[in-house]
Write a protein that binds this ligand. Structure first.
Ligand code: ADP
Length: 228
């Protein structure tokens, strides 16, 4: 109901802040409208953006963030920020990221659970790079269940492996883990530890596979379709 309503409004009104203003306007006109709009406002959109390294998760997460007005939580970005600023967490995880290995589950889960309790995440979010192991997915779901919420959708960005390597090597972000050797390890870790997360969520019926090849806008168009 709420998403149907949302689709019927003009694209300029996709930001919740704007919709909120409209809800005040409608409040004077009809209580029924307010119920519909409030139904939308209280609908969490808890998303996971999933896929191998180089699939374009970070780029698409930023598009989702601005279109749906929900925060983007990237565990990789948080780790890189901490490494750059030489925090305790940064010192702890630097060699792990440099090697393209995974940070221990407990460290990542603690970080994400702390983050998700902040007020800005209460109306939905897009997770990027988490959960990356089945134990992380289970810990996330337990935390969400305790808070009477859940993951609504997992968007899987599918990209052929050869294209992944080319994309990472050519994006030139200067990341310490973007060398051929490290990319090989990251892809192996993805296949062994992270791919099983997909089956875990498939069993929950929330997985949507998206063709991750094309222009940024083509791919984002497919994501929007899938989330309708
Ligand atoms: P990519 O998807 O390109 O590999 P990310 O920015 O998501 O890049 O992650 C970079 C690195 O940060 C990973 O290789 C890993 O070392 C660490 N990391 C990020 N998220 C997690 C996670 N959920 N669990 C364990 N390690 C993580």
């Amino acid at each position: 109901m709420s998403l149907l309503f949302k689709d019927s409004i003009d694209a300029h009104y996709h930001r919740k802040s704007t919709i909120h203003k409209r809800s005040v306007f409608y409040a004077h006109k009809s209580a029924y409208c307010v119920i519909l709009i409030n139904d939308y406002l209280t609908t969490d959109m808890n998303l996971i953006l999933f896929g191998p390294p180089g699939a374009g998760k970070g780029t698409q997460a930023e598009k989702i963030k601005s279109y749906f007005d929900i925060p983007h939580l990237s565990t990789g970005n948080i780790f890189r920020y901490n490494i750059k600023n030489e925090t305790d967490l940064g010192k702890k995880v630097k060699s792990i990221l440099d090697a393209g290995d995974l940070v221990p589950d407990e460290t990542v889960v603690d970080l994400v659970v702390d983050e998700l309790q902040k007020p800005e995440y209460q109306k939905g979010y897009v997770l990027d790079g988490f959960p990356r192991t089945v134990p992380q997915a289970k810990a996330l779901d337990e935390f969400l269940a305790e808070n009477n919420t859940a993951i609504d959708s997992l968007i899987m960005l599918s990209v052929p492996e050869k294209e992944l390597v080319n994309r990472i090597l050519s994006r030139g972000e200067g990341r310490s883990d973007d060398t051929s050797e490290k990319i090989k390890n990251r892809l192996a870790v993805y296949r062994k530890e992270t791919e099983p997360v997909l089956n875990y969520y498939k069993e929950k019926g929330v997985v949507q596979e998206i063709d991750g090849v094309g222009t940024v806008d083509d791919i984002f168009g497919r994501i929007k379709e899938a989330l309708k």
